[in-house]
Design a protein around this ligand. Structure first.
Ligand SMILES: Cc1ncc(COP(=O)(O)O)c(C=O)c1O
Length: 431
């Protein structure tokens, strides 16, 4: 049975934009952030002389209990380490991340968006998006080259069905294939997942391609369908070529149509090189999105987080917030970007030199951590991978006849050798 607190949230959504209520999964409709019960009773007891409400151990001085051995490991205040963080995320970090979204995406202008909800990395944000929007047998449309963890999230966890379209046609974003996949998706409630820079290909579309994607989505909305667009911005900001769209596609969708809900999934994991911190965010944008609508979606998402993993590491959020306040943050980040950019440039140069080899062709790439090559002449990726491991001390990832190279993980001086090893291995197996 639906809890009255969920009904209350659904009534608000329905008043603000009935179409958004239709986009929610059954789980999404039923979830709520509990305002009654433990959380509200604890809030009411705050500041009282005796507070026996909190599920944390407090020292006699009222501060969070902790093992003194930790004291020498960090200079953070104990409140920024040991207590639970709110299920929504730490307020100052959420506000900062929202500020970043506007700064990094100038074409968003001043269009209102929700406050980001903190998640346990992007994987968890993607899973929470599945929780909120994907019912059993719903189709999730995405390109055929996608991060394999989407299978575990959408297929295994939510019993949804991944429907793919070929990412490329004539070495460009396959706008016809994309448009047809959207049109042919069953029902009137469409769910789309876009990930640029893409894993595994390292592809980000050009501004013209982004515009064509946007028009295809708008046409669906104008035809009376709803489109929930999950935007996986894991590799945001890592674009290395001119003429490529450098903002998030969220900017183009967050104010597109009242039937298009843009769900931005992003975070510091790859952007700020903090894979182990486990912090990500989920942010909503929709045309005429009111503060009430956004607050309600935030409450539901925070409820899903609470019911799933309770809340995100306080320490990780505090560390991030501290570095974001630092004057040097941008220059630290620029240093790392330059390293990845120089590896990209080296790889591009080496691949151009070997451009006319008959064993493989690079798939389009311009951004992110990876690029892919497609094998020819019946060469099997797995055989090449094994040979590279055994004879050439080189590790790569393969999917069928596609090899993924994580140039993000290879020093510039080893990139030529990596490509040459692949060429020699291909030659050997082609004989
Ligand atoms: C496209 C994409 N999205 C999300 C993630 C996961 O990010 P996180 O480590 O923050 O869960 C990855 C990690 O490889 C990825 O490639």
């Amino acid at each position: 049975m639906t809890d009255p607190q969920a009904t209350q949230l659904n009534d608000i959504i329905s008043k603000e934009n009935q179409l958004v209520l239709n986009m929610l999964s059954e789980r999404g409709k039923n979830i709520y952030f509990p305002k009654l019960g433990i959380l509200s009773q604890s809030a009411q007891a705050k500041g009282k002389e005796i507070n026996a409400t909190i599920g944390q151990a407090m020292a006699d001085d009222g501060k969070p209990m902790h093992l003194e051995g930790f004291d020498s490991l960090t200079n953070m205040s104990i409140g920024d380490i040991y207590p639970y963080a709110p299920s929504y995320g730490k307020p100052e970090l959420r506000a900062k991340w929202k500020e970043f979204i506007y700064e990094k995406n100038p074409s968003l202008g001043s269009h209102p968006i929700s406050l980001p909800i903190a998640t346990n990395g992007l994987t968890h944000a993607i899973s929470m998006a599945g929780y909120m929007f994907a019912d059993e047998h719903d189709e999730i449309i995405m390109p055929d080259l996608y991060w394999e963890n989407y299978d575990l999230i959408f297929d295994n966890t939510y019993n949804a069905t991944i429907k793919t379209f070929p990412l490329f046609a004539d070495n460009q974003f396959n706008i016809d294939g994309f448009t047809k996949a959207l049109q042919n998706a069953k029902g009137t409630k469409k769910i789309l997942l876009l990930n640029f820079p893409n894993n595994p290909t390292g592809y980000t579309p050009s501004p013209e391609e982004i515009d064509a994607i946007k028009k295809a989505i708008l046409a669906e909305a104008e035809a009376g369908n709803t489109v929930t667009v999950l935007i996986d911005d894991a590799y945001f900001g890592l674009v290395y070529k001119k003429g490529i769209f450098t903002e998030s596609i969220f900017t183009q969708l967050a104010n597109l149509h009242e039937r298009v809900l843009a769900v931005k999934i992003d975070g510091p994991t790859k952007e700020d090189y903090v894979w182990g911190f486990r912090v990500g965010f989920m942010t909503y944008g929709i045309k005429n999105g009111s503060p009430k609508l956004y607050e309600t979606l935030e409450a539901k998402t925070a409820g899903a987080v609470r019911g799933n993993i309770s809340n995100i590491s306080n320490l990780s959020q505090s560390l991030l917030y501290t570095i974001y306040q630092s004057k040097e943050y941008n220059s630290y980040k620029q240093d790392k970007y330059s390293i990845l950019e120089s590896r990209f440039a080296e790889l591009e140069q080496v691949l151009n030199e070997y451009g006319d080899n008959q064993h493989f062709t690079p798939l389009p790439y311009n951004s992110g951590y990876f690029m892919c090559i497609k094998l020819h002449g019946g060469l099997q990726g797995e055989e090449i991978r094994q040979l590279l491991l055994e004879k050439y001390s080189t590790g790569v990832i393969v999917f069928g006849d596609v090899i993924r190279l994580a140039f993000s993980a290879v020093p510039k001086q080893s990139i030529r050798k990596m490509v040459e090893n692949i060429i020699v291995a291909c030659k050997e197996l082609a004989q």
